[in-house]
Design a binder for this molecule. Structure first.
Ligand SMILES: *Cc1c(COP(=O)(O)O)cnc(C)c1O
Length: 413
């Protein structure tokens, strides 16, 4: 029986990638050379040029006043952290494990803030001892922080994470609005801030994060306006200017067919205008915090075709990669309908698409798909497959122990 095959589009390959000698090049190196140097596939390659370019674009578009923080959880590779330390103004961490990574990179704790629900006492103690700012997620956490500070004789640096009454529209992951495990409901923030200040903590202001992965400039502009408005009114109620305001982020990157890049110029222009309206925040240190927007497009996941087979008229390229390294590309990380990521045959980059194929991983589960019915150049056993947008939430946000194939190699070029 032959199943009628209908092709499905692929997500857009980031514009920066080109071919050298008919092969995908990353940071000026051919994919096959990178794999040879690493000694294995699967391999994540992260390009410093792309990180530099991304931050430069942000600096050019955003007001000078706006600091850029890197949310380490997007990609905590040590060389990525070190490289980012020369580019960004601060770091956001979400565990004591990430704190240890930041410390190993020699990053000044004064530039680091720690958000995340469920911080344990030992994590709070490590962060307070190091001088990291705690973005407190609840009254209870603030109380534990104050008590730990007293016990170890170190004044904690405390900001309050606000659970706002609005959300980032069109966001892939909504992190504000309504009942949430994140932050303190906005109406209870002034009382808690007054208490934190009265008890002698070093007051570090507010953190308002409204969501993630938005491609709509309008939605980001609206959220930023709401954040500034809320911050100003909370500062008025607290009765003290905010030393610092972390405005959140949410800037998205295109992953799927039809996705258009975020209009960064529009976001920057609107923010210039918005800031003029909030004179009360004139002395407040402002920052945004970004993960995937900074690192996502800098990364490519390379895996090798191990088998080429046909089933019911459909061709399968079976690779040595899969969802154990690339859960999001497989469609099993926060998406409802599976759509194709940008995928290419790296060893025949730019060649004319010749046939519809299913690119799958090596795991024994039908969930392990990297591209469904994608029009790709003819590929054989031994060819390299590239999955783009692999720089964020890849290696460390995938179930690496599932089926025991082991981790992918990672290299920064
Ligand atoms: C995850 C997270 C981020 C980073 O989100 P991206 O979508 O990668 O930009 C920033 N801030 C907080 C509080 C987060 O939890």
């Amino acid at each position: 029986m032959k199943t009628k095959s209908k092709t499905k589009p692929l997500g857009p390959i980031p514009a920066c990638y080109q071919a050298i000698d008919g092969e995908l090049a990353i940071g000026g190196h051919k994919a096959s050379d990178l794999v040879e140097a690493a000694g294995q596939t699967p391999l994540f390659v992260y390009s410093k040029d792309r990180l530099d370019a991304r931050v430069a674009d942000l600096r050019a578009a955003l007001p000078d006043r706006i600091g850029i923080n890197y949310a380490v959880k997007a990609n905590p590779h040590p060389e990525v952290i070190t490289h980012m330390s020369g580019l960004v103004d601060g770091f956001d961490i979400a565990s004591s494990g990430e704190l240890a990574m930041i410390e190993r990179a020699g990053i000044d704790a004064a530039l680091v803030s720690f958000a995340g629900p469920g911080k344990r006492d030992d994590e709070l103690e490590a962060a307070i001892a190091a001088g990291v700012t705690l973005n407190c997620e609840s009254e209870g956490e603030a109380e534990r922080s104050l008590a730990i500070g007293q016990r170890i004789g170190k004044c904690p640096r405390i900001a309050i994470r606000v659970n706002p009454d609005f959300e980032l529209k069109g966001s892939g992951m909504k992190m504000g609005g309504g009942a949430k495990p994140f932050g303190v409901d906005a109406e209870r923030v002034p009382a808690l801030a007054k208490k934190v200040i009265a008890e002698g903590a070093q007051w570090r202001g507010l953190h308002i994060f409204t969501g993630s992965q938005t491609l709509s400039a309008d939605a980001i502009i609206e959220a930023q306006g709401n954040v500034l408005n809320l911050a100003q009114s909370l500062a008025d109620e607290i009765g003290e200017a905010l030393p610092k305001l972390n405005m959140g982020g949410g800037f998205g990157i295109p992953y799927f067919p039809g996705d258009e890049p975020l209009d960064l110029a529009a976001v920057g222009e609107a923010l210039h205008g918005l800031l003029e309206h909030y004179a009360g925040l004139g002395d407040t240190d402002l920052c945004i915090e970004l993960g995937r927007y900074l690192v996502g497009e800098s990364g490519v996941y390379l895996c090798r075709v191990i088998d080429r087979k046909v089933s019911h008229g459909q061709t399968y390229l079976v690779t040595d990669g899969g969802l154990h390294h690339q859960l999001a590309a497989s469609g099993n990380f926060g998406t409802v309908v599976r759509r194709n990521y940008p995928v290419a045959i790296a060893s025949r980059f730019g060649a004319t698409p010749a046939e519809p194929v299913n690119v799958v991983g090596c795991l024994c589960t039908p969930l392990d798909r990297l591209a469904d019915m994608a029009e790709l150049p003819h590929a054989e056993v031994g060819d390299l497959v590239a999955v783009f947008c692999a720089g964020a939430y890849g290696a460390t946000a995938s179930p690496i122990n599932f089926l025991g194939h082991g981790p992918a190699a990672e290299v920064v070029v």
